[in-house]
Design a protein. Sequence first.
Length: 278
Amino acid sequence: MKRSRIGTALWVSTILLLWAHGAPAFQKDGCATAECRSCHTLTREQAAGILAGTVDNVLNVEESPVNGLWVVDILKQGRKFPIYIDYSKEFLISGQVVRLKTKEDITGTRFERLNEVTVNPSEIPLDDALVVGNPAAKQKVIVFSDPDCHFCGKLHQEFKAVIEKAPDVAFYVKIYSRTNNPAVAEKARAVICSKSLSMMEDAYTGKTIPPPTCTTQAVEETFKLAQKLGLQGTPALILPNGKVVNGFRPADVLLQLLAEAKSGTAAEVKSRDGGKKP
């Protein structure tokens, strides 16, 4: 999946690079210029007709940052995706659009915004969670993790780097099987029973770990909770302000997200209190 997305991104980036250099395919009828936007339209209804039988619903249509393309937000199998249709309405581009100068993943940012999920962290039980960092830390990040998930293990190493720079942050890891696989659930159960971070790291790296030493329903309960919250996979992080962040993030990005969450939480409290100081 990862390689496929990267390949698609490179393909789309190549198209955009050609576009920037005046590729003939995109110069038909003068559509390589911004002025052309005024003479081309695509309504949501028209997009729905073009994509009939391909998607479940068309949510929105607007001009993309790339001249000659509309960005079309679609719903397919319960998830929202941005795709692109050209001004001729003959071509559909599905993949990542990357701004070459800044390396900004325009599609990825829009995808996350479309599928943004917010939950109430106080409603998530943490008795079964393993704590990475100081349990007394003011900023708590809840992590839904799978012992067989490569990127979960990779993200775990980033937690250590975050804590070195921000000791007032702690990560509460709820480990379970995201696919409800019995063998993986058994590994997760063993980690929960042991409350051992080293055992969890061994599980991430594929080492054999001892069987569970207790009886617990925490793994099954976490699986049900993840489904209820609409979490699509692992790793999934729930920031202190309730925002859900899916996938691997390096330490510097995590620190930025935590800073934004802290600022947002403060703003929400101030708004609720009418701007009054406590």
